[in-house]
Design a protein. Sequence first.
Length: 221
Amino acid sequence: MVEIECRTEVELRRDLVRFSGMLHRLGFMPGTSGNLSVRLDDLRLLVTPTGVSKFLLRSADMVIVDLQERQLEGSRKVTSEVSMHLAVYHHRDDVTAVIHSHPPIATAFACVGRGLDEMLCQEAVMTLGVVPLATYATTGTEEVAASLVAFIPDHDAILMANHGAVSYGSTLLQAFQKMETVEHLAQIALVAHQLGAPRILKHEQVKQLRDAKTRYLQNAI
Ligand SMILES: [Zn+2]
């Protein structure tokens, strides 16, 4: 059983509008790019439609699909990238929200074949850890899900080669914060390398930070 956050469908539609607008303002979803989804229940997802600016999106534009990708409700057509979302939900029972976007600096890392795998700043260890790079896959095809599957169980955000990023969490807010963090870590990595000779955290320092993260999470419960 999936533990769904107690939000009504009306609230979830509003949440999708709100976070779509925020991602658009951040420059992560220019044009009509990017897509968001949330679980409505064990069998259904509420998803953004294809071909609509995230700045102009309305609650009524959302589409409902089942976990087999069949569209159940909505006058618009579901995003062409819905199979990416389904891959995450199929492999992570704890996830109730997925965001796919094209944050520019993180996407540039994905375009030069680099994941965010250097522990440069403490925040990297305390938040996402390594953000891996999935192999190239043509958008909208089954190749995308296949490229992500190996990383989904152990990571909460993944870069997609020559494409963008996907993040997910137990709420839409969590998925959003992870996407923000991906771009933030990419910015830091870019500038650190531009400045030259970045000092990567030592193994022992990473271990201490992981221990601190464990303590932090225990206190937060
Ligand atoms: Zn995309």
